[in-house]
Design a protein around this ligand. Sequence first.
Ligand code: IDP
Ligand code: MG
Length: 160
Amino acid sequence: SMLTIWHSNMEVEQSYIMIKPDGVQRGLVGEIISRFEKKGFLLKGLKLFQCSKDLAQEHYKDLKDKPFFPTLIEYITSGPVVCMAWEGDGVVASARKLIGATNPLQAEPGTIRGDLAVQTGRNVVHGSDSPDNGKREIALWFKEGELCQWESVQTPWLVE
Ligand code: IDP
Ligand code: MG
């Protein structure tokens, strides 16, 4: 329909959200996905994925000079991760709030890290820090055709 065509050409904000290997190992996949679903964002891409060192290094390239960079890369490549693309107005900043502070001991109760983790080096989930990085990271982790174009029946009940 015209509406679908118009929508697919719009620049809708997207965030790359990733459940890290500790979140997968600890059986938190459903819990974490559920928080974004219940908030009302739209899931456009989802996969369980074992990433290479190269991909992890590219994803975290801004941190390459940090002392914890090698252990960060080991952590992210230590098992499968869950890669997600979530869409909606304001999704990047809102997802960061849902996720909570980098250090889980400083993260507010009610946030994912505040409720489910205790250490920065095992903080269960990643979220893009800007709309530009959302685009960059989704392009990095997903191949052409892996994202779904779809409309949720909930949308008119979430957005007036
Ligand atoms: P963010 O994930 O909250 O955006 P960043 O500063 O971008 O935090 O760091 C990326 C990831 O690197 C963190 O989520 C965490 O897994 C890891 N990290 C950051 N700082 C430290 C540290 O001081 N020690 C160990 N790991 C760290
Ligand atoms: Mg970051």
